[in-house]
Write a protein that binds this ligand. Structure first.
Ligand code: KG4
Ligand code: ZN
Length: 354
């Protein structure tokens, strides 16, 4: 297929999302247009529990998936709205993934159209491809810094759909470090955007948090020690009160800026190290944490300084966190190669690797 409209479905965690992506591969630089796109977040539902509750997520995805599909597909002849289907089949929460996968299977069966089970992480990588400027200059080999709530990986990409993970976290993901720190500070869920907001006017040298493994020659990372250091600092700051809640005003801004700096410094140091070890022509910054302003600007500075001539391509801020447009984009890469799956054999794969 060279030109098609692809229906994307995303239900791997706490966002239900549906997209219709028009893709035309007949030109040298493919033409891509997000025709329809809707993301329905469950943040309000999970915020009161301080994190995502898998069963609640799955149960909420069911009516939401049906409602989003009903609103986005044509009223008269819904199955004529798309030529192919792409769905996140993993990694993610098993029961949540299953909702999207079963919706995709049903649509594939009833429409007779091809379906691609997409690796959600590949979806994050493909989010950068949704930027026209990036598509024009897209060049391999590329190194992706993929930073989300569940994953922190350095991925070498020799071509579309061809990945080798060259580095990753040994324990917590960067997003998890943001979320757990925010929880300790009483900022609620999800923590990344909240820490990042408070950090904007903070002094990042006010507190010194460790940069775990930053000088280690490997491309591995570790963020759980950072969490312990933050817990110790926050515990001290609370002086016997409930953990962290005593941080207000300037102290809160400073502690958030210092936490953000320690996470961002490690991510950047490891990305630069990886790009020097595995020479690449481009760097991709993708995943929910790639919405972080400081990470975006510090990585730009570092690439300019340390990797002259290497192109930096970022996911757009609005498509950094989970969404169906990125899933459709990754699906498009596979369809363009003539790859699709048998819907009868498709299943959620919660532990899927790249
Ligand atoms: O990619 P994503 O939407 O979900 C997963 O696939 O895990 O990433 C969610 C993660 C959360 O940990 C959230 O706190 C983090 O991305 N995040 C941020 C920012 N926006 C979202 N972290 C730091 N700064 C942000 N602005
Ligand atoms: Zn994600």
């Amino acid at each position: 297929m060279k030109r098609f409209t692809i229906l994307g479905i995303e239900t791997s965690c706490d966002e239900t999302s549906v997209a219709l992506l028009d893709v035309d591969f007949r030109t040298k630089v493919p033409k891509v247009r997000i025709n329809k796109h809707v993301v329905s977040s469950q943040i309000d539902i999970h915020a009161k529990y301080g994190g995502v509750v898998p069963e609640v997520a799955a149960r909420s995805h069911v009516p939401e998936t049906v409602s989003l599909l009903t609103s986005q597909l044509k009223k008269k002849d819904p199955l004529s709205s798309f030529d192919a289907i792409a769905v996140s089949k993993g990694p993610g929460l098993a029961t949540a993934l299953r909702v999207g996968v079963q919706a995709a299977q049903t649509l594939a069966w009833t429409s007779g159209k091809p379906v691609v089970g997409v690796n959600h992480l590949e979806g994050h990588i493909a989010s950068a491809w949704l930027v026209p400027e990036n598509r024009k200059r897209w060049v391999f080999p590329s190194l992706a810094l993929l930073v989300s709530g569940g994953h922190t990986e350095l991925v070498l990409m020799k071509d579309f759909c061809r990945y080798t993970v060259v580095g990753s976290t040994r324990d917590d993901a960067a997003g998890e470090a943001f979320d757990k720190s925010a929880k300790l500070l009483g900022l609620g869920y999800p923590g990344g955007p909240k820490i990042s907001k408070h950090a904007e006017d903070g002094n990042d040298e006010a507190y010194h948090f460790p940069r775990p493994m930053i000088h280690d020659p490997s491309l591995d990372m570790s963020f759980s020690g950072l969490k312990t250091a933050i817990r110790q600092e926050v515990g001290q700051g609370a002086r016997g009160k409930e953990q962290g809640v005593s941080y207000r005003g300037k102290a809160l801004k400073d502690v958030c800026a210092s936490i953000e700096a320690s996470i961002v410094d490690v991510l950047i140091a490891k990305t630069i190290r990886a790009a020097k070890k595995h020479p690449v022509k481009s760097i991709l910054l993708v995943g929910g944490v790639s919405a972080n302003k400081r990470l975006r600007s510090d990585l730009s500075t570092a690439v300019r300084k340390e990797l002259p001539g290497v192109l930096l391509m970022k996911s757009p801020v609005g498509l950094a966190t989970d969404n169906a447009a990125m899933v459709a984009a990754a699906g498009a890469w596979h369809l363009a190669r003539g790859e699709s799956h048998d819907w009868k054999k498709m299943d959620a794969e919660p532990e899927l690797d790249l």
